[in-house]
Design a protein around this ligand. Structure first.
Ligand code: SF4
Length: 345
């Protein structure tokens, strides 16, 4: 009897690059005939295990990423998705830690090349594009090229939903996955989806909430900031709810261009929110040790002063305490209310 070969089991770390394009990668791998295994949610153990492999000064998202890789190895996957993020133009660059991610992982864990599925990827804005496909027995080059187009279309639809329905990336991914087939359905927890499954309270304040997707939508890193803002009846608006042209137009006002791929998107969104009278203030969520944010957040802070709009910088690390964060958000909400009342007079 002819034996049916087992499908290649590819592990996807549910953080960093995949926080943005999870639906894209999931589609691409599944339609290429591979079995997708996701890492679990981030926890203290994930951060501790990953952190033990790296020098202390690494940012928390990279430590957590390493923890997710260990989790996937525990799950017995054949290969781990580890794209090489490269820059093909002279205007946008990824953070050096993202560019060097394959080396960081391989040398920290001493693993062979064959344990990774490493396509070379560039980003046109937020849209990933594979420019070099790895050789794999699971699919032919033609098949991967074909399904990559389908995956990109699916990802663009997800982003489109964010803009049309004014919802966050995880909310849109959850929504789209519920409408899709079981095999390609994403497994996103309500906690990760943020407000997705929550009853919406009456919001009386609006803020622009800025941060990288892997921090903003990981409840372990951000200590459930969206739920806390919901409790305070604050409605949030995020970068993915804006049209790319809106972000680009805002960036044109800068004296010097900003080069970081994801950082410029946050800055452009923030500059737009500063001019939007419907937005009462800005909250910028960053993580300890992030180089690009130290530039983008500072520019935005200075611009917020010029526009006389309240600005709160939240710098998170693995030790950030839950109660302390809520107290800061409460104080910020009080300030926004007072500011709003004063300006209404
Ligand atoms: S952009 Fe900042 S948070 Fe993200 S990987 Fe680079 S240093 Fe870490």
């Amino acid at each position: 009897m002819k034996q049916i070969p087992n499908r290649l089991k590819v592990g996807v770390p549910k953080t960093l690059f995949a926080s943005y394009n999870l639906s894209y990668w999931q589609r691409f791998l599944t339609l290429s005939g591979m079995e997708v295994v996701f890492s679990g949610e981030s926890t203290k153990e994930t951060a501790d295990r990953g952190g033990r492999l790296l020098p202390h000064e690494f940012c928390i998202p990279i430590k957590i990423f390493m923890g997710h890789i260990l989790d996937l190895l525990d799950k017995g996957v054949d290969q781990i998705l580890l794209p090489r993020m490269t820059d093909r133009n002279k205007t946008n660059f990824f953070c050096p830690k993202l560019i060097g991610l394959p080396e960081i992982v391989k040398f920290s864990l001493n693993l062979e090349e064959k344990r990774f599925f490493s396509p070379e990827v560039i980003c046109n804005g937020l849209n990933p594009k594979v420019v070099r496909f790895p050789v794999t027995a699971a699919a032919s080059l033609q098949q991967m090229k074909r399904v990559e187009k389908q995956a990109l279309k699916y990802w663009e639809e997800t982003l489109d939903n964010c803009r049309k329905q004014q919802i966050t990336l995880p909310e849109a991914a959850l929504k789209t996955s519920l409408e899709t087939s079981r095999e390609t359905a994403l497994k996103i927890s309500p906690e990760t989806a943020g407000r997705g499954k929550l009853k919406q309270p009456e919001h009386h304040l609006c803020v622009g909430l800025l941060g990288y997707a892997y921090s903003l939508y990981d409840p372990f890193i951000n200590k459930g900031i969206q739920r806390k803002l919901d409790k305070l009846k604050i409605r949030v608006y995020t970068w993915e709810m804006l049209e790319p042209e809106t972000i680009e137009t805002s960036l044109r006002g800068l004296k010097r261009p900003i080069f970081w791929n994801f950082g410029r998107m946050l800055l452009g969104a923030g500059l737009h929110f500063l001019k939007d009278p419907a937005i009462d203030g800005i909250i910028y969520v960053t993580t300890f040790g992030c180089g690009p944010d130290s530039v983008a957040a500072e520019i935005l802070n200075l611009e917020a002063e010029k526009h006389q709009k309240p600005f709160l910088l939240i710098n998170l690390d693995e030790h950030t305490e839950d109660g302390h964060l809520f107290t800061r958000l409460e104080a910020f909400a009080d300030m926004l209310s007072t500011f709003k009342e004063d300006n209404a007079v």
